[in-house]
Design a protein around this ligand. Structure first.
Ligand SMILES: Cc1ncc(COP(=O)(O)O)c(C=O)c1O
Length: 475
């Protein structure tokens, strides 16, 4: 009977597969032998493999450009990176190697862009799409960027009041966009998104407040669907409503020439993940073209703002199993050396599932376990791989601690990884602050390739120290 961990994975999934393979019973992630990294840096450890970011950007750009060529679409595609998914400098500097534009969501994002421009990573001509509900500081920063010559800074109105605020703050001519408040998917607890302006208010807003104001030029219509870009009736329906509104507006607003379809390309959160990106890009481009042609309106430039898709698949978190605890006949806990709640807050907050795999011991038998984090919170656990509905890991030797050693995994520790964790976890959970039970933020390393293609690593941050926490706490 095949009872090894490697059998379980290769019989349940297509394996090996893009991003994951096994050599000598140890896992390789994006071409990186993880045991080498663990031997060098220990656990708990966050890793980011930078080349994956550029790879994903280039793939998406290719899908859209191929779709545009196939449909003989008469306008261009622009890739924007949505900074809120990860603001780290090492992420932005990799993203910007790919001639990418930026979408912002708050005032400080614009200060961040200034730093990137000073370091010659960002060009003043690039698009800066300013989304989000805007407080005065954000409006002032937009005005500052325009004054400093960031000519393609485009505030996207989230509400009608923002137009007056911009009018008061901005001294130059200013391109603007409008965000449509999309209808939420039927299962959601609200009907209409609180973000953006209602469909019916958009044309009156243009006619009464924008058309005759020489300062503003309405260039862009934007919508973002919370559930992401999915091949569902709901998504296609929302997209077609948005394109129809674009056409109605274009007929009275000749300067309108861009449609921003937001973020929402999904990433692999399970080894059985299947998503036809190419088809989706082709279908989106074809729908926009068809509706525009039917309405006799020129096709708009298409903008996307992929966050998760840009950075998610570049990162992972690696843990060791510190100890195994059997709490009853059915509940066997593998205790990790950190916390799920603090390192991957989405696992707790929205039951987000990530790919979870053993890093070593793939030749051992497997067993079903629950994974426990170290905080005292009963919610600090992880127990469900998306396709298996449970977590299976190589079997751990169930010997009791001896007099000589309390640590019964000394010789053969089990390491595990949660993968494709690069988006939103630090934005949501905070970074380097105070977290549950004073759990320190793990060490973080960056992995890249040198000019010869050799793998190199760089320590981005040490494990958080008690001193940094006590300082924050006022000691
Ligand atoms: C306006 C807007 N654009 C882009 C994104 C990025 O979405 P994703 O990370 O799913 O690509 C978001 C996410 O909340 C958003 O609100």
């Amino acid at each position: 009977m095949k009872t090894k961990y490697i059998d379980l994975i290769s019989q349940t999934f297509e394996f090996p597969q893009e991003q994951f393979e096994v050599e000598d019973n140890e896992l390789i992630f994006n071409g990186v032998p993880l045991m080498d990294i663990i031997k060098q840096y220990g656990t708990p450890l966050k890793i980011t493999y930078l080349p994956k970011i550029s790879e994903n950007i280039q793939k998406a750009r290719r899908w859209f450009n191929v779709a545009i060529a196939k449909a003989d679409y008469q306008a261009d595609y622009h890739y924007c990176y949505c900074t809120k998914s990860s603001h780290f400098e090492f992420v932005l500097s990799e993203v910007l190697k790919n001639d990418v534009h930026i979408e912002t969501s708050s005032a400080f994002d614009l200060n961040l862009i200034e730093v990137l421009e000073e370091q010659k990573m960002f060009d003043k001509e690039n698009f800066i799409l300013c989304n989000g509900f805007k407080k005065q500081q954000y409006i002032d920063n937009i005005a500052m960027m325009l004054d400093k010559g960031y000519v393609n800074t485009i505030p996207i109105l989230d509400n009608i009041h923002e137009l007056d605020m911009l009018d008061a703050a901005v001294n130059t001519k200013c391109k603007i966009g409008i965000r449509i408040a999309a209808e939420e998917e039927p299962r959601f607890e609200f009907y209409t998104s609180r973000l953006g302006i209602r469909y019916n208010d958009i044309i009156p807003l243009y006619l009464h407040k924008i058309k005759n104001n020489p300062k503003f030029e309405l260039k862009m219509l934007h919508f973002f669907i919370n559930t992401g870009i999915q091949d569902t009736a709901y998504y296609w329906n929302e997209l077609s409503k948005c394109i129809s509104l674009y056409c109605d507006l274009k007929k009275i607003c000749p300067e309108l020439d861009s449609l921003d379809i937001g973020g929402g390309f999904p990433i692999k959160t399970s080894l059985s993940f299947e998503y036809d990106y190419e088809y989706m890009a082709e279908e989106i481009v074809a729908q926009i073209k068809n509706i525009c042609n039917r309405e006799g309106v020129p096709e708009p430039d298409i903008f996307t703002e992929f966050g998760s898709y840009t950075v998610g698949e570049a990162s992972a978190v690696l843990f060791s199993i510190l100890q195994q605890k059997r709490q009853n006949d059915r509940e066997l806990w593998d205790m990790i050396d950190s916390s799920f709640m603090t390192t991957l807050p989405d696992t707790w907050a929205i039951d987000q599932q990530f790919i979870i795999l053993a890093v070593n011991n793939w030749d051992k038998e497997y067993e079903r376990v629950f994974l426990g984090g170290l905080t005292c919170d009963s919610q600090d656990f992880y127990n469900s791989e998306a396709s298996l509905n449970a977590v299976f890991l190589p079997k751990i030797r169930a010997s009791l601690p001896t007099q000589e050693s309390n640590d019964y995994f000394d010789e053969d520790p089990q390491y595990i990884g949660l993968f494709n964790t690069g988006a939103y976890q630090e934005s949501v959970g905070g970074y380097g602050g105070i977290q549950h039970c004073l759990t320190p933020a793990p060490k973080h390393i960056i992995i890249y390739r040198d000019e010869e293609g050799e793998l190199c690593t760089k320590l981005f941050a040490k494990e958080q120290s008690y001193k940094s926490m006590l300082k924050i706490l006022g000691y």
